[in-house]
Design a binder for this molecule. Sequence first.
Ligand code: SF4
Length: 515
Amino acid sequence: MKLSVWTYEGPPHVGAIRVATGMRGVHLVLHAPQGDTYADLLFTMIERRNHRPPVTYTTFQARDLGADTADLFRRSCTDAVERFQPQALMVGASCTAELIQDDPAGMAETMGFDIPVIPLELPSYQRKENFGADEAFYQITRALARPMERSDAPSCNILGPTGLGFRHRDDVAEIAALLADMGVEVNVTAPMGASPEEIAELGRAHFNVLLYPETAESAARWCEKELGQPWTRTVPIGVGATRDFISEVQALLPGAKVPSEARLRLPWYSASVDSTYLTGKRVFLFGDATHVMAMARVARDEIGFEVAGLGCYNREFARPVRALAKEYGIEALITDDYLEVEARIRDLAPELILGTQMERHIGKRLGIPCAVISAPVHVQDFPARYSPVMGFEGANVLFDTLVHPLVMGLEEHLLTMFRDDFEFHDAAGPSHHGGQAVARVETGEGPAPRAPRGISGKMKEDEVLWLDAAEAELKKIPFFVRGKARRNTESFAMERGLGEISVDTLYEAKAYYAR
Ligand code: SF4
């Protein structure tokens, strides 16, 4: 048992639904209790699809458990095939159905449908949503794709985009356009938008572009082994990665053209003088491994931030994330427990968080700005406008996304220089964080008297007392780095057994950490 309030990923059958919903001409029959249809809302509300996912739930109830739930499953399959007439049928079980062990795969295979039936292994108690998507796409590919002659023109498949994927819709458009500029045709994009007939044609492409390792690496590996197709290892998020991706494609297809960079603005925007104040800002990154790894490079090498910490929630990718963190001289946080993420953020006190919907909440609580770079995301991250994160336009989008939540350079100066001003006083916060702004209380007196520490007059062992002058000096430090300065000074004092912090201690600590 594990107490859990937020989860970064859903159960694996949600991953299978993401694959089915992204595709055309397939239907998924899911052995699941009444109530599991909640998953439909992810697609009809968050992704704003205009149709229900192609999923039939058996929706068994308590009273069905005494009767024949297996028969209920069989009837659901027959009804679904009759009503929706799919080209292929996928079958699987949700967490509760896994416990009653009706064996949907075995049953569906013996029902004599004249379409391919693809059983899915979805171990709900060990694995999660991304695994479910990867497994579903792998099984479909394995069942339908066959070796065939390569196309005459240079071509590739785009693998990985699914329903409910963070910016998948626009990433696919951006990368397809980039490939077209290079003279490479897209044979099939899958699973998103593909029909079973098209999956059967995967083998016609010369190579595969793997955009989302979380959802399609197993299929890419299978295609390499069975269809002889190499696949790209670089995920083109950021300028450097997009250029590396282009070189990788050129190595696979020596005749491929160099695409134009005319639309790319990130390098100039981040080199222009207004971005100077971004240099060295401490960021913490958390999300799925692919987005975190790519964004760490963008943050450090393309914008000039300092990566203070990073981590991911999908343990399948723990190894590469740890290796990358090592390169950055930090320790990776691999966890799916948001409380651990919150503790790490609190500890590191970064100036910006790049994370998921969860980190947005954490950032709000801690008063740290946050930009969303990875699923899970809420409805506002399925925007109406064109917003890829991949390719050159994706790099432009990322520059705006990362810079928006920060206090602007001018405002940063004003907040520091005029901290006694009615508008720019500390408690007001940056002007665009309206919710935090509070009016300054003019008392006409000096600073509020400090509350005595501990009623008994005895301080706890790990407590140090800030003298008033030191506290006043601390306030001269801009508020967005003040938390970090306070914590550093306290640990400095504690390590030296000092009971109180004076102005001198504050400056000694500053000099010590600056070394
Ligand atoms: S089967 Fe799984 S997803 Fe469905 S309600 Fe039970 S625990 Fe939740």
